[in-house]
Design a protein around this ligand. Structure first.
Ligand code: HEM
Length: 302
């Protein structure tokens, strides 16, 4: 089954992120429109070959049953965490589009095509523009994506391998809003301790030197059999003159890995440790999706 190219795409320069809710009673029309999405991705790729365009549409947990007859086994609600100042809320939304290219105008054209496709059938709830910042750095100044799976391993981590949903991916999206003033008051040493990596040259601390509160410590997890629980991150920074953050995107063959990582970031362990990155950035949204294969979209699961 051909996966949508946006799931395993290599990092590039620009992104548009569009989030929609389907208008009441418009599910069957939306299902018809989604059949045409793989052809739209192909047309944009062919028209602008140098732009490395990749598209992705993912269907929200709450919207799935209204669109398709069968449900991916593991699709469940977003695993919200905590409350108050340090929390990861659940904010369900029906459709998520990730439109990526090395040309901003091509990503923009893709966004306009998606808007036209869903006109009067779905309401745009949020839009965000992502962009490469320096050498693939997050707005906190650290290189993001270094430990992502590489080459063929990207597909092994991100795609369901077998069954009716083969070629699909469980997708989690959170829009993080950084507390930049607070972050910038930290010393370089404190910032590096929070990630467990050096800032300028992006070198990983030895495991023994990582604090139990370091982001890379809390997100490096193993299952009961000792296998690494991996995800493929497709995140990109967003920012205006006054606000900055990250559109965090996880693609995986199971929702379990993202869920365990988020729990490990937000929930205190026996020693009272949690991920200190969560003191400096807040997720304002959080939603769980499944991104079906192109064949599934074209046949509407039949
Ligand atoms: C604003 C939020 C976040 C920022 C700025 C951020 C940034 C980073 C950075 C700079 C790294 C180190 C370099 C790398 O390997 O990519 C990293 C690693 C990682 N992050 Fe995040 N991250 C965020 C949220 C998350 C979330 C929500 C998860 C999963 C629930 C996550 C999972 C991971 C994983 C799995 C690694 C690799 C760990 C390793 O094997 O060393 N991150 N992140």
């Amino acid at each position: 089954m051909t996966a949508q190219a946006g799931i395993c795409a290599e990092p590039n320069l620009h992104a548009y992120y569009l989030f929609f809710n389907i208008q009441p009673g418009c599910q069957s029309e939306v299902r018809e429109k989604l059949k045409a999405v793989p052809a739209l991705w192909e047309e944009l790729k062919q028209t602008y070959p140098e732009a490395a365009f990749s598209g992705l549409v993912a269907i929200g947990n709450e919207a799935w049953d209204g669109l398709y007859p069968r449900r991916p086994n593991e699709l469940t609600a977003f695993p919200a965490q905590g409350d108050g100042d340090r929390s990861a809320p659940e904010t369900p939304v029906d459709l998520f589009f990730q439109l990526r290219a090395d040309r901003l105008d091509v990503a923009y054209i893709a966004a306009q095509r998606v808007m036209a496709l869903l006109a009067s059938l779905a309401e745009l709830k949020d839009e965000r523009q992502g962009f490469r910042y320096l050498d693939c750095r997050d707005m906190t100044g650290f290189v993001d994506g270094t430990e992502n799976p590489e080459g063929e391993h990207r597909a092994e981590v991100a795609l369901v391998a077998e069954g009716p949903f083969a070629g699909g991916s469980y997708v989690h999206v959170q829009r993080y809003h950084h507390r930049m003033a607070r972050w910038q008051k930290l010393s370089l040493t404190s910032q590096e301790k929070i990630y467990g990596r050096t800032k300028a040259d992006n070198i990983e601390f030895a495991s023994a030197d990582k604090a139990p509160t370091a982001h890379t410590k809390r997100t490096s997890l193993k299952d009961a059999a000792g296998n690494s629980m991996e995800i493929l991150r497709q995140s990109m920074p967003w920012g205006s003159a006054t606000e900055q953050g990250l559109v965090f995107i996880s693609c995986c063959s199971t929702p379990l890995h993202f869920t365990r990582m988020l729990e490990s970031m937000y929930q205190e362990d026996e020693a009272g440790n949690f991920d200190h990155l969560t003191l400096f950035t807040r997720p304002e949204t959080g939603a769980a999706f499944f991104a079906p294969s192109e064949a599934w979209l074209e046949r509407a699961g039949e």
